[in-house]
Design a protein around this ligand. Sequence first.
Ligand SMILES: Cc1ncc(C[n+]2csc(CCOP(=O)(O)OP(=O)(O)O)c2C)c(N)n1
Ligand SMILES: [Mg+2]
Length: 391
Amino acid sequence: MAKGDPGVSTRSRRAAPRSRKATGADPDLVQLLTPEGERIDSVTGPDGTVYRADLTDDEYRGLYRDLVLVRKLDAEATALQRQGELGLWASLLGQEAAQVGSGRALRTQDMAFPTYREHGVLYCRGIDPIMPFGLFRGVDQGGWDPNEFKFNMYTIVIGAQTLHATGYAMGITMDGRMGGDDGEAVIAYFGDGATSQGDVNEAFVWASVFNAPMVFFCQNNQYAISEPLERQTRVPLYQRAAGFGFPGVRVDGNDVLASYAVTRTALDNARHGQGPSLIEAYTYRMGAHTTSDDPTRYRIASEVEAWQAKDPIARMKAFLTKQQIVDADFFAEVDEQARSESLHLRERVLAMPDPQPVTMFDNVYPNGSPLLDEQRAKFNRYMESFEGSAH
Ligand SMILES: Cc1ncc(C[n+]2csc(CCOP(=O)(O)OP(=O)(O)O)c2C)c(N)n1
Ligand SMILES: [Mg+2]
């Protein structure tokens, strides 16, 4: 209901949402918002779990705002890279709903372990969106505090973070910080390609046998750089979980409501001691793998167009409009916020100072090291040997 509109029940204006078993073209896909913007009240997953996302109007609007903002900031990053201001960018285009839905499902005490593409989750954790830009500009290591925001540093080594996450989750169990509503849970993000890594399979084993409070969140964006999904697996990825002894579910990763509901359920199960689970968020990488990739060399335009019709933002917009959850100015106001935040971000990125070369010796050890001190001194003498050196 729009604020300041007392007495008019928005819900009464709405068509009653349907409930259903997950059926149709993909009977295993949990979907709570169709590409046409129709909300489904509840869906029963393959293992009998009932999923629903009956949120307040403020929450629906909030999710839409998040989706638009993270897409706009991401587009700004791609533009900055094209203009030579970033060394590289890994775009989240197309994956906004998987990231915002799961990111908003995290409770404050939960810990997330990202890859290099989780800018949307980072945003939901309340981290200043400038942070990954330092990393991709090559001027710092990505400067947020993982403990403060409960969001670990980006990990480029494919799949490695799933082991870090599992170890962290086992620590939660050992410290007795689970079992109730205030218990902690851990989410590890990774891609479809990462499922072929030994690390990920080892993490599955450890999480399973130690009943770790873990959610494995796989964004199946259909490609590992140029390698399509059929080069990784002969079974749907979520079904792999059964072999490791924990539940797996496939969610429509372009549906922010389903991504939210499924992740919330999995995290709450984990914090209450019910062990790990695997979520396969079925989505699509609409852009290049990174800015150094050219996807036209390995995929056809019609495939991209088919996924365009499933756009996560368009369906949320259709839902908000049809259900009259927003007033006439809402979409323009969100667009304006996205425009001004991305402009502000751009200005701050351009103003980032280049680091002094000698700072590469910083932060290697918490208390320094004699060997490093020696190397630093040698490096300083080398830099000073240049004529007119100010360094
Ligand atoms: C251990 C390791 N092997 C190879 C690479 C090179 N590499 C970078 S991204 C990538 C593909 C990852 O695909 P996926 O897991 O599907 O994630 P996506 O990039 O699609 O989000 C590879 C092979 C790496 N970074 N780390
Ligand atoms: Mg992938």
